[in-house]
Design a protein around this ligand. Structure first.
Ligand code: UDP
Length: 284
């Protein structure tokens, strides 16, 4: 924020960095009195409080953490998007400075995501086909639904945001002190991730960073649709597509794209495990 590194989610330490030790502590005590300690407060909730101290914090955080970043990420202000989106990164009334305060497990899979997926796909009952059109592989009862209806966007395209990820390898040991720095008041990119800081890779003299630029997704362009845009009319369109596949045997839409949802890795893994329990129970 304006050249100062502060923890996000915005927390006790961020308050002191933003407002100075004394005023920061006063404001922190006010937050604790109001909400309790170790509590997550979404910015859109904090903004509703009718108290001058809380309004001071809310205005600062809204302006310096959320407004410009959200404009870059979504092309809209925090007021214009679904509150659950900014609610993913609430103000944290406490000292935990991790991205998911209090989550018992966080970070990356021990051997990384590649190894995780290799192990999953190694299963005897899983076949993987590359460079094949899925529509050439499915057999679907013509009376139930025509599969081309599922994929040919005949009801219209579901809108998404995509990212341009620009990688740079630099001749230095370390570029930034943490895994990810969000640029909430400056730059065109939203954030820079330095992988070394997450993987523990030791490589003197070189480091790779990645800058994220967010933009609207163009269907059929080959771009990756990363983020569903959570607006009621988009959800309705998704539901209309979903209706067509709901009665198909052995067809289970799961995940960010299949469910048009904004899932974190832990939540999507959980929903895949729940679904497999359900399917196994049906066959038991
Ligand atoms: N956000 C923000 N400033 C930040 C971090 C998050 O404004 O420093 C808002 C922004 O609207 C973003 C949303 O909170 O899209 C969710 O952030 P998160 O980091 O969870 O997004 P993801 O990692 O899924 O891209």
């Amino acid at each position: 924020i304006n050249g100062t590194l502060m923890p996000v989610p915005f927390n006790h330490a961020s308050l002191k960095l933003a407002f100075g030790d004394e005023r920061g502590e006063e404001l922190y005590q006010k937050l604790v009195e109001t909400f309790g300690k170790d509590v997550k407060v979404p910015i859109m909730e904090l903004r509703k409080k009718n108290d001058p101290d809380l309004a001071e914090v809310a205005d600062y955080v809204y302006e310096n953490v959320f407004l410009h970043y959200t404009m870059k990420q979504w092309g809209q202000t925090p007021d214009q998007i679904d509150p659950s989106i900014t609610g993913r990164v609430p103000v944290f009334v406490g000292d935990d400075d991790r991205y998911f305060p209090q989550a018992p497990f966080q970070g990356m899979p021990q051997e990384g995501y590649t190894a995780l997926f290799e192990h999953i796909l190694d299963h005897d009952l899983i076949d993987v086909f590359c460079d094949v059109d899925a529509r050439d592989l499915f057999e679907i009862d013509e009376t139930t639904v025509k599969i081309d209806e599922l994929f040919n966007l005949d009801l219209g395209a579901l809108p998404y945001r995509t990212l341009d990820m620009k990688f740079e390898t630099l001749d230095m040991d370390q570029f930034q002190p943490v895994g990810t720095v969000n640029y909430t008041t400056s730059e065109d990119y939203t954030r820079i991730t330095e992988f070394k800081n997450m993987t523990g890779q030791v490589l003197p003299g070189k480091t790779t960073i990645m800058k994220e630029y967010s933009k609207a997704y163009t269907p059929g362009s080959g771009e990756t649709p990363y983020y569903a845009i959570l607006e009621p009319e988009n959800r309705e369109l998704y539901e209309r597509y979903l209706e067509r596949v709901q009665n198909l045997t052995n067809f289970h839409p799961v995940g960010r794209l299949a469910e048009y949802r904004y899932y974190d890795m832990d939540a999507v893994t959980n929903s895949a495990l729940d679904l497999s329990d359900e399917i196994i129970a049906c066959h038991a």
